[in-house]
Design a protein around this ligand. Structure first.
Ligand SMILES: C[S@@+](CC[C@H](N)C(=O)[O-])C[C@H]1O[C@@H](n2cnc3c(N)ncnc32)[C@H](O)[C@@H]1O
Length: 524
C-alpha cells in the first residue's frame, strides 16, 4: 500500500471523500512532487479533510490552498499555517485573484468543485495559465460529464469530457494537416461565452491522460510538445529502406480537407427552439440545465423534438434520411472491400512489387551517378592542381617585379634624403651665426641697462638723503614754531588779563602801578 493510501486509510479528523482509483493513481502521479516545495490548489473543500491529507503527504509543500463556494467553509481551521481556505466561486475572476494573492503559481491543481461542464472549462481557462511548467492539472469526477444535470451527456459537444477530448487533438496539432489554429478547435466554448483560450497557452499542453472519471493534463514549455526531428540510426534496411535518409527531418503532415467541425452544432441551432424545448419538456426545465446541450447530449437520442416548426422538422427528417442513405453507401463500400479484399490485397502487393523494382532500378541509377560524380571530382581536382601551379608561377613573377620596384624606389628615396640632409646642415650653420649675433646684441643691451639702473639708483639714494635732511629740518622748525606760538599765547593771555583788570578798575590800577613803581624806587 502506498504512503498516500495509508494516509487516507488511517485519516481521522475532517472528512475527505475520494474514490479508491484516485488515491491509487495520485500515489503514482504525486510521488515526484512529495518532497518538493510545491504549491497546491484544490477547488472544492467541502469538509476540508483532503487539505489535511495533502498537508501530511506534501511535508515540504509551501502553500496548500482550498477554494469552496460554500460559506460554511469559513469555519474550517487548520493547525498547519500552510493551509489556506478561500471562500468563493472558483470559476470567477474575483475568486481567482484572491487565490493568486496567496500564491501566484501552483504545481498541482485539483478541480473537485461543482463538476458542471461550464465551471470546469472556465476554471481550466483561469488556472491552467498559473500552473507551473511540469505541473499537473487534475479534474475529478468526470463521470458527471455524462449526466445532463452537469451539462453533460455522451458526445455532448459542450460536455467537460468533450472539452478534454479536444485537448488530445490539441496535443497532436502538428499532425492535423489543416490551416487551423488550436484555439479554433475550442471556438464553440468561446461562442457559448464559457471560456477563451490563447494559442500560446494551448501549445503548453504536454499530455492528456484519461482514467476512469479523472483527466490529468500535464504542462510543459511549447518546444517540448512537438515531435522534434526524426532520429534514424543504423545502416541496414533490408526490409524497408523508407527510413534511410529521413534522419533529422521534421514531420510534414499532408494537407487534409477541412472538416466541418461545427456541423452538428451549426445545423442544429438553426432548428433548435429553446423556449419550445423547455416548455415541451418540463423535466429539462426543472433540471435547470442548458437546453441545447441537453438536446445534443440526450434529447436527440431520446427522440425529443428540437422545435415545433414543421418545415424545419421536415428538413431535419430529410437530412436524417440522407444520412441513412450515406450510411448505406458507406456500408456498400465496406461490403465491396470485404468481397474484393483478396483482389485488392493482390493489387496492393503488385504495386508494392513494382515500387520495389522501381527502387532497385533507381538504386542502379544512383550508383551510376555516384560513379560519375567520383570521375567528375577527379577531373575537378586535376583542374584545381593546374590552377594552383599557375597561381604559384604568377605569384613568383609578381614577387620579383615587386622587389625590383621596391629597389628602384628605395634608391630614389635615398638620393632625395641626402639632398634634404645637406640642405638642413647648411640651414643649421646659417642659423648658428644669426643666433651668436643676437646673443651678443642681447649682452650689450643688458650691460647698458645695468649701467642705466646703477646711475638711476645713485640719484635715488642722493634724493632720499636730502629728503631725510629736509624732513629733520622741517621737524625742528615745526617744534621752534610751536614753542614760540605757545610763549606768545601765554604773553598775550597775561596782557589780556592786565588790560581787563585796568579797564575794570582804572584807579585801582593807577595806584597799584604807582605803588609798584615806588616799591621799585622809581618816581612817579
Ligand atoms: C466533492 S466536494 C469536494 C470534496 C473535497 N475535495 C474532498 O476531497 O474531500 C465539492 C465541493 O465543491 C464545492 N463547489 C461547488 N461549486 C463550486 C465553485 N464554483 N467554486 C468552488 N467550490 C465549489 C462544493 O461546495 C463542495 O463543497
Amino acid at each position: 500500500m502506498s504512503l498516500l493510501e495509508q494516509l487516507i486509510e488511517t485519516h481521522t479528523g475532517k472528512t475527505t471523500d475520494k474514490w479508491s482509483l484516485y488515491v491509487r493513481e495520485y500515489a503514482r502521479l504525486f510521488e515526484p512532487y512529495r518532497d518538493q516545495p510545491i504549491c497546491l490548489l484544490e477547488i472544492g473543500v467541502q469538509n476540508g479533510g483532503s487539505l489535511e491529507v495533502w498537508s501530511d503527504y506534501f511535508a515540504q509543500a509551501r502553500v496548500l490552498v482550498g477554494c469552496d463556494i460554500d460559506e460554511g467553509c469559513r469555519n474550517l481551521t487548520y493547525a498547519d499555517s500552510r493551509v489556506h481556505v478561500v471562500v468563493g466561486d472558483a470559476s470567477t475572476v474575483e475568486t481567482r485573484d484572491q487565490i493568486l494573492s496567496i500564491s501566484a503559481t501552483f504545481d498541482i491543481i485539483i478541480d473537485d468543485g461543482s463538476h458542471t461542464a461550464s465551471d470546469i472549462v472556465k476554471s481550466f481557462a483561469l488556472y491552467f495559465e498559473r500552473l507551473s511548467e511540469g505541473g499537473l492539472y487534475i479534474v475529478e469526477d468526470l463521470h458527471c460529464s455524462y449526466w445532463q444535470n452537469y451539462q453533460g451527456g455522451l458526445h455532448n459537444p459542450l460536455s467537460s469530457i468533450h472539452f478534454f477530448k479536444s485537448l488530445c487533438d490539441i496535443v497532436n496539432h502538428q499532425s492535423w494537416g489543416l490551416p487551423m489554429s488550436r484555439r479554433e478547435l475550442l471556438t464553440e466554448f468561446s461562442k457559448q461565452d464559457i471560456a477563451e483560450f490563447s494559442e500560446d497557452l494551448l501549445a503548453q499542453i504536454h499530455s492528456v491522460e484519461f482514467l476512469n472519471s479523472i483527466c490529468v493534463v500535464r504542462k510543459a514549455a511549447a518546444p517540448n510538445n512537438t515531435l522534434g526531428p526524426r532520429i534514424v540510426r543504423g545502416q541496414e534496411a533490408f526490409v524497408d529502406v523508407g527510413p534511410l535518409g529521413l534522419d533529422g527531418q521534421d514531420l510534414v503532415a499532408p494537407l487534409q480537407c477541412m472538416p466541418d467541425l461545427a456541423a452538428p452544432l451549426n445545423a442544429e441551432p438553426l432548428l433548435f427552439d429553446e423556449d419550445f424545448y423547455l416548455s415541451n419538456y418540463p423535466d429539462v426545465a426543472a433540471a435547470g440545465v442548458n437546453a441545447f446541450a441537453h438536446y445534443l447530449g440526450n434529447g436527440k437520442s431520446e427522440g425529443r423534438h428540437p422545435t415545433a416548426d414543421r418545415a424545419a422538422l421536415a428538413a431535419l427528417q430529410e437530412a436524417k434520411v440522407w444520412g441513412r442513405e450515406q450510411a448505406a453507401v458507406l456500408a456498400g463500400i465496406a461490403e465491396f472491400v470485404a468481397d474484393n479484399g483478396d483482389a485488392l490485397t493482390q493489387a496492393i502487393e503488385a504495386s508494392q512489387k513494382q515500387l520495389e523494382f522501381w527502387h532497385l532500378q533507381h538504386a542502379a541509377r544512383f550508383d551510376q551517378l555516384t560513379q560519375m560524380s567520383v570521375e567528375q571530382e577527379d577531373r575537378e581536382v586535376q583542374r584545381l592542381d593546374k590552377l594552383e601551379l599557375n597561381l604559384v608561377g604568377m605569384r613568383a613573377e609578381l614577387t620579383d617585379k615587386l622587389s625590383e620596384l621596391l629597389m628602384a624606389q628605395s634608391l630614389e628615396l635615398a638620393g632625395s634624403f641626402e639632398a634634404s640632409q645637406s640642405k638642413l646642415v647648411g640651414g643649421q650653420a646659417e642659423h648658428a651665426v644669426q643666433i651668436a649675433f643676437l646673443k651678443n646684441e642681447q649682452a650689450k643691451q643688458a650691460e647698458q641697462a645695468q649701467r642705466q639702473y646703477e646711475s638711476l639708483h645713485g640719484e635715488f639714494i642722493a634724493l632720499k638723503t636730502s629728503f631725510i635732511q629736509i624732513n629733520a629740518a622741517y621737524w625742528d622748525a615745526k617744534q621752534t614754531y610751536e614753542a614760540c606760538v605757545a610763549e606768545l599765547r601765554e604773553e598775550l593771555e597775561a596782557e589780556r588779563v592786565r588790560l581787563a583788570w585796568r579797564s575794570a578798575h582804572p584807579l585801582k590800577a593807577f595806584w597799584r602801578d604807582l605803588f609798584s613803581r615806588k616799591t621799585a624806587g622809581v618816581d612817579a
